[in-house]
Write a protein that binds this ligand. Structure first.
Ligand SMILES: Cc1cc2nc3c(=O)[nH]c(=O)nc-3n(C[C@H](O)[C@H](O)[C@H](O)COP(=O)(O)OP(=O)(O)OC[C@H]3O[C@@H](n4cnc5c(N)ncnc54)[C@H](O)[C@@H]3O)c2cc1C
Length: 464
């Protein structure tokens, strides 16, 4: 065990939460080694670098990272302005990773492909916690095996998108026509513009990524004749994407929802709801997308390209030999599942949680960052920063600090759980003010108030 304590804590992933984890561990005097698969830190953020986030700078920077940076003369950008993901990388995460405290513990171009206990597979019990972790690390120079005392998995979900197929399995033809499908948020106004200008695109999905893509396509269509777009959603209720408008305490997110609603209502985009994609076929060199609807099979097209804004899922392969306890359908941390289930919640409001909720039956393993939410789409950076502060304190043996979790998220008007939700024995109120007055038309106080004021509602309800 003492040999183990000399080993570093392995942090997998150099995104904003993984980097913050390393800072908090260093602050606690705990040796750390951070593995980043990309050739530079924050490689997932760089992929959607053109997207402006909807939380201002003050919600994007970790407290401990900020203090470390400010000690070197770094200046926090205007806390009330909204960075793009590229801004987050250039103005915050790259300077952070370059700090003399951090840079020696970061290895880029190092992909962890498997984690186990030395000499003990998942089945083997007796004393497994006395064995160090074994990480299989792939680098340009070859594959090696590293030892670690504990593992913090902050590897995100971005590179494992959900397929277009509505059943969670690739639609017929999805692999065959992959060169005409973009997953996530392509840079439609920038590097990918030539692929979309003057062409017909189908955008599938009902989240903020779909909204971004649709609004960008509308801008291209303003300039380039012949640019058309169709929007399909699997559900029929668009409250989650339309959001709470001016009730949303993250105004930029409310505005995105309102803008996409205006676009849909303007008739410039053909909106097909209740469309469960089953197949993609080629006819005369163009694509036809087939799906099940309440009225039977429907064929949409011809189109030239597809944007699959269908969300992401965690890659569970690297932790397969570890004893993890995951939510059965979200595949995130089990304790968080009931709080973030998109069947019930549409916002990112979660009660404070830390090392206890993020741990697993395998001692010394924590899932943090957006991966802790699994398939749920509502993760906010502030949540991740408090997660890793608590986990680092726990690994340093400071249980009091690890248990003193404080998470103050921006209030939001786009979610509710009337009556509250119960998790690990505690009940938390829904965030829309509780059930609506009996006589009112609404599912909660905020919904009723929004409708009385002539708006569509607070945006809560079952996500599409
Ligand atoms: C379009 C979009 C907009 C968002 N807007 C906001 C917002 O406004 N406000 C907000 O608070 N949050 C927002 N989020 C949510 C969240 O904050 C981000 O997704 C954030 O990037 C999550 O940080 P992370 O560190 O958990 O994961 P990531 O940023 O995804 O980082 C994971 C890192 O791990 C690396 N990695 C992956 N696998 C391995 C491996 N096997 N070995 C080694 N390294 C690996 C990756 O290369 C990557 O660098 C947004 C997310 C998206 C997608």
């Amino acid at each position: 065990m003492s040999e183990q304590n000399d080993l570093p804590v392995a942090v997998i992933g150099g995104g904003p939460v993984g980097l913050a984890a390393a800072v908090h561990l260093l602050e606690q005097g705990v040796p750390v080694k951070l593995y980043e698969a990309g050739t530079a830190v924050a490689s997932n953020l760089r992929d959607w670098g053109h997207v402006r986030v909807f939380t201002p700078w003050r919600y994007c920077v970790d407290r401990a990272a900020r203090e470390l940076l400010e000690a070197t003369g770094w200046k926090m950008p205007d806390p009330e302005t909204f960075p793009t993901a590229d801004d987050l990388v250039a103005l915050y995460l790259e300077p952070l990773a370059r700090l003399p405290e951090l840079s020696p513990v970061i290895e880029t171009g190092a992909r962890v492909t498997g984690i186990s206990r030395w000499g003990a597979d998942k089945v083997r019990g007796g004393g497994r916690e006395a064995r160090p972790f074994m990480l299989v690390v792939e680098t340009a120079g070859g594959i090696r095996r590293d030892r670690a005392r504990a593992v913090i998995d902050a590897s995100g979900t971005w590179r494992t998108p959900n397929p277009l197929g509505a059943g969670g399995i690739a639609a017929e033809g999805e692999a065959e026509f992959a060169d005409r499908i973009a997953y996530g948020i392509p840079d439609i106004l920038g590097r990918d513009r030539a692929l979309y200008g003057g062409r017909a695109t189908l955008v599938a999905g009902s989240g903020h990524s779909a909204a971004n893509a649709l609004l960008d396509l509308a801008r291209v269509a303003d300039d380039e004749p012949g640019t058309t777009f169709i929007w399909t959603t699997r559900g029929t209720d668009l409250v989650r994407i339309y959001g709470g408008g001016d009730l949303d305490a993250l105004p930029a997110r409310g505005e995105l929802g309102s803008d996409v609603r205006d676009l849909a209502e303007s008739g410039r985009v053909q909106l097909v709801t209740g469309f469960a994609t089953t197949a993609i076929r080629e006819e005369d060199g163009r694509l036809i997308v087939e799906g099940d609807t309440a009225d039977g099979l429907r064929r949409i097209g011809p189109i030239d390209r597809i944007v699959a804004a269908t969300g992401q899922r965690p890659d569970l392969s690297l932790t397969r030999e570890l004893r993890l306890d995951l939510d059965p359908w979200l595949e995130g941390v089990r304790a968080l599942g009931p709080l973030i289930d998109p069947n019930e919640h549409s916002c990112g409001d979660v009660p404070p949680h830390g090392h206890r909720e993020l741990s697993h039956p395998e001692p010394g393993v924590y899932t943090v960052g957006i991966k802790s939410y699994g398939r749920a789409p509502t993760f906010l950076l502030l949540t991740g920063y408090e997660q890793v502060r608590s986990v680092a304190a726990a690994l340093a043996g400071d249980v009091a600090s690890a248990d003193a979790v404080q998470l103050v998220l921006p209030e939001t008007g786009v979610c509710t759980v009337p009556g509250g939700v119960t998790v690990t024995g505690k009940t938390f109120a829904g965030c829309c003010g509780g059930p609506a007055p009996e006589a009112a038309d609404g599912c909660c106080v905020a919904d009723a108030e929004a409708k009385a004021a002539g708006r569509g509602g607070c945006g809560c309800g079952v996500a599409a």
